[in-house]
Structure formats: C-alpha cells, structure tokens
Design a protein around this ligand. Sequence first.
Ligand SMILES: Nc1nc2c(ncn2[C@@H]2O[C@H](COP(=O)(O)OP(=O)(O)O)[C@@H](O)[C@H]2O)c(=O)[nH]1
Ligand SMILES: *[C@@H]1O[C@H](CO)[C@@H](O)[C@H](O)[C@H]1NC(C)=O
Ligand SMILES: [Mg+2]
Length: 426
Amino acid sequence: MSGSGRYLRYIVIAVFALAVIFLVSSSSTPSASGLHQSASELLKGSGSIWKGSGSSTPDKSGGTSGDVKDSELPKHTDSFKDNTSPNPVSGETRLPATPAPGERMNATFVTLARNSDVWDISRSIRQVEDRFNRKFNYDWVFLNDAEFDDTFKKVTSALTSGKTHYGKIGKEQWGFPEWIDQDKAKKVREDMHERKIIYGDSISYRHMCRYESGFFFQHDLMKNYEWYWRVEPSIELFCDIDYDPFKFMADNKKKYSFVLSLYEYVETIPTLWDSVKKFMKTHPEHIAEDNSMQFLSDDGGETYNKCHFWSNFEIGNLNWLRGKAYTDFFNQLDMDGGFFYERWGDAPVHSIAAGLMLKKDEIHFFNDIAYYHVPFTHCPTGQQYRIDKKCHCDPKDNFDWNGYSCTKRFYETNGMQLPDGYAVEQ
Ligand SMILES: Nc1nc2c(ncn2[C@@H]2O[C@H](COP(=O)(O)OP(=O)(O)O)[C@@H](O)[C@H]2O)c(=O)[nH]1
Ligand SMILES: *[C@@H]1O[C@H](CO)[C@@H](O)[C@H](O)[C@H]1NC(C)=O
Ligand SMILES: [Mg+2]
C-alpha cells in the first residue's frame, strides 16, 4: 500500500514538473501551438503571474497571441499583431510600434517651453506618442527664449520617437519692439494686476503671446516644415489617433484646425477688433470671399463676439502663416501695440486671421481628437466612436455644447450637421 502511495506521489510530482516546464517554455515561444495552448488553458484566470515584470498592459492585448480565439481579441490589435518582436508587451515600454504604412508629411510637432516645464511637457509627449506618434514618428521642435538645459534635452528626446530639435529664440522676437512706449506698457500691467486679470501683470506672457502670434513659424528650425502640430505642457489626449491628421489636412485642403473654442476675456482685447477692422480696410485683397465672419461676429463684422479657437492645440499649415496675407495681418496688429498695451492672446489673433483670410472649409474641427488643457476637455460626441478609439475621457466633461463654447456656432457657420450623439450628450 505504502509503495503504491509513493508511486502516486512520484507521478504527481512528475506531472507538476512537466506543467512547469510547459509554462516556462511557452512564455518564450508564443508560437509553439499545441503545448502553448494547454499551458495557457491552465493559466486562465491567473494572468497577473503570467505577464511577468515590466508589463503594465492588460494581458488581453497581447503577449500570448495564439492562445485566445480571434473573437475574444479586442478588435484593434494591429500594433501587436504586426509587431515583429516575439513578445511586444513584455519590454520596458510599449512605445516602439510598427510604423503605420504610407507616406509621411513634411510636418513636425512644435512646443514652446521653459526648462522648468520639462516634467509637464514630458506628460504631454508621452500621451502624444502613445496615442499617435509612436506609429508615425514625426519630428519635434522645441523652442525657448533661453538655452535648453541637458536635462530638458535628455528627457524629452528619450520620450519622442521622431527626431528632436532644440532652438533658441532671438532677442528681436522676444522683447519690446522699439515703437512700444515702455512706460505706457508698465502702467497697463499695473492696472491689469489691480483688476486681477489673468497674466495681466506678466511681461513674459506677453512676449509668449506675441511670439506664438507672429514668429514661431519663422524660426530656422521650422522653416524645414510645411505642417505643425502645437503641443503645450500638461495636456492630455484621450483617444487613439490611428490615422495621420497632417495627411488629412493636406488631402482635404485644410489650413488650420482646432478642438476647443470659447469666448475670450474682453478685458484682454478691448481694441483688437478696431485693429482688425483697420486691416480689413487697408487690405481687402486678403479677405477671403467665403470667410467665417459669421463665426466671429454677430453683426456682420461691426463688433467681435470674442469667439476663438483655443490655440494651445493647433494643427496647421506653416506656409499659410508665412504668406503675405498673414504677415500683413500680424504686422498691422504688432504696430498697433496691443500685445503690450493690452494683453492680446495668440488664440484670438490666429482665430481671427483664419476666420477672415481662409475659406470656411479650410478650417477643420477635429471632433475625433480628444483633448484636455486646463480647465477644458474636448471628449468626442458619440459613444460608439469613444469605444472604438479606446477613449478614456468622461463624456460629461465635454465642453463643446456648453454655453461658453463657440463650437456649435462653428457647426452653424459651416452648415454642418451636429454629430451623432449630440441629442443625448449636449
Ligand atoms: N520659453 C518660454 N516658454 C513659455 C514662457 N511662458 C509660457 N511659455 C510656453 O508657452 C505656452 C503657453 O504658456 P502657458 O503657461 O501654458 O499659458 P496658458 O496655457 O495660456 O495658461 C506653453 O507651451 C509654455 O510652456 C516663457 O516665458 N518662456
Ligand atoms: C518641407 O517644407 C518646407 C517649407 O515649405 C520646404 O522648404 C522643404 O523643402 C520641404 N521639405 C521636403 C522634404 O519636402
Ligand atoms: Mg498652457
């Protein structure tokens, strides 16, 4: 009796040892079909042990391809199925991906930042790479009024999948032009400080707004490109972007785009529209026939309704900004001094330029690019879309149909149908 009992124990130990060997071997050879299959059967429900260290991706997305029926796989698995590495999710990062097929546009990301922005811009970069650029590998240009330090360069170039370029901004483009009365500008800042206007007392913020309005596209590093995508620190992207928005812009003859729109604080731009009207008179040749005046004004151009596209996100055409029309527009505004005598932002400046000098259908609303910049969220309308693109934004946070958003007005201006889901999500 005791002899056969020991026998049985040996058998149990031997079977157990074999099972362990199967597990270990199939973890490194995911294509060993038969053994692998039974091993993975054994492991159902214990995925956390199986994944090993370093992986933060849910087990269902890959790693053990072949052991799950196709119908159980998430629909969108291209990045894993196509991946040539044997275990695409077990590395230190899942950033590297099979490049998306097709041509690349002459395009770059562009970020204006200080050295102290390094961690906030890193969060943005990681999201842009995870959601889009790891498959497209576009370059990234960083601009700064000071020299970028080693930490900034090291950290950001480690996070990006394309080439990185770091540029310094010249003094002429980040300083007071000679025609600005410094005393007058100082009094304005003191007054705005007293009235508690956001950034009202800041000199650097004004230089930043003027630079983004008139100069970033002129930087030597930007001259190599035709398209740009602006990225600011601490933004979020909530959905996968599995096509090339640059190519979309080019194919559809778009020049400027946005994801969020809203009303500007009137205190920062009291005379901006006067300057714009002067420009329309002196340069009627630059005003597009089929323009978006209806988006900018409720009375045919007499007054500005403060609607603007939020320029911390932009995908746009650099050659348009470098062209004669935009240059004349910016120079007129710059001479009038409102960047310093008031606090004109680059958002209304770009928006008014696009609204007046582009044709309506050259401006695009990217409903499918889900985005956050404090304090507003653009979460795409339409549940099926959000599911398909693995969005992680709360649709309740979507700003589009809020009374302070101008996006519905954009739809009306362009005679566009409101998106599916509007009726329930507004
Ligand atoms: N190099 C540099 N970048 C700046 C400066 N001020 C703002 N920025 C950048 O300009 C952009 C807008 O500034 P931000 O502080 O985000 O302004 P907000 O989004 O309007 O609150 C961001 O990309 C900042 O990193 C500055 O003084 N120097
Ligand atoms: C990219 O665009 C810039 C600006 O239009 C142009 O000078 C440059 O030659 C283009 N590069 C390529 C590779 O097409
Ligand atoms: Mg910002």
